[in-house]
Write a protein that binds this ligand. Structure first.
Ligand SMILES: Cc1ncc(COP(=O)(O)O)c(C=O)c1O
Length: 278
């Protein structure tokens, strides 16, 4: 971005009151998507010429992303296949929703019956360990409340490499589908994800971003289960980003420096206290 003239500030930053507060408490604060959203909204409300376009979570974003699933449907039709299992990584839910919703439509119409599974990081298990509550979309409590799965708006995930999945909440649409049992969810730790990414890179010649390594690891789990059971399944996933900007993460993995983090239930319970009681 700076190559093309932008100035990039890491969040929490010294530019907003909320950022300064967090840095005063912890100069090495690892930040989170919720904090970055708060700072972006703060910049926006302070300047009438600034606009903020959200890139995930909200219904219209997921709807726009459904081009992914519509294309995947056409691609599969060309080879006369339907998926038995569909897996997608979930941060705010946009690439997952974009891939899954058109297939869900077909499933509801009785045209296919795929298992549809969200995959989240073990360090930020919003669907599998969070609660379905009204919460803020950001950490400073500036956005409208949304009914969604949340770990609490003050939850700061450990600094895993899939930065795009370090979000305390989940799209209300994906949360609703999970609550109604129309989609499943699992969480996977990052070392397994990067092991899957290595296998993917070596077989496909594509370096995946840390976020979709979660979906890749889930696809590998499913394929291995098939190997054991002798079943044949069509497994569909979306590679939502390449990893050319994330080579430092691969360096950490290859040098053995990457670690998995424990997430004690007490950390979630503490952050859940930041959720408004309605
Ligand atoms: C490559 C990539 N994939 C996935 C995500 C997670 O977002 P979402 O769950 O909205 O797809 C991000 C977020 O920054 C990302 O950069």
């Amino acid at each position: 971005m700076e190559l093309w003239g932008a100035t990039v500030h890491s969040s929490p930053s010294e530019l907003t009151e909320f950022g300064r507060e967090l840095l005063a408490e912890n100069p090495d604060h690892p930040g989170s998507l919720g904090i970055a959203i708060s700072e972006a909204v703060a910049m926006c409300v302070a300047d009438p010429n600034v606009r903020y376009a959200l890139g995930s979570v909200l219904n219209h974003v997921l709807m726009h992303q459904t081009i992914i699933g519509e294309e995947a449907l056409l691609q599969l039709a060309k080879v006369d296949e339907v998926p038995d299992v569909l897996v997608g990584c979930t941060g705010g839910g946009s690439n997952f929703g974009g891939l899954a919703f058109p297939f869900l439509r077909e499933k509801m119409a009785g045209k296919m019956n795929p298992t549809i599974r969200c995959v989240e990081p073990a360090a930020c298990p919003t669907l599998t360990k969070g609660e379905y509550r009204y919460d803020f979309g950001d950490s400073a409590g500036m956005t409208p409340l949304m009914k969604m799965h949340t770990l609490g708006n003050s939850f700061v995930p450990e600094p895993i490499h899939a930065g795009g999945l370090r979000y305390h909440g989940m799209s209300p649409l994906v949360s609703h589908l999970y609550e109604t049992g129309m989609v499943e969810a699992i969480s996977i730790p990052q070392l397994e994800c990067f092991a899957g990414a290595m296998e993917f890179a070596r077989t496909e010649g594509i370096v995946p971003a840390p976020e979709p390594t979660h979906a890749i690891a889930a696809a590998i789990r499913e394929a291995q289960a098939c190997k054991e059971s002798g079943e044949e399944k069509v497994i569909l996933t979306a590679l939502c980003g390449h990893g050319h900007l994330d080579l430092a993460s691969y360096e950490k993995y290859l040098s053995g420096e990457m670690i998995d983090y424990d997430l004690p239930d007490s950390a979630i319970a503490e952050a859940m206290e930041s959720v408004p009681v309605i």
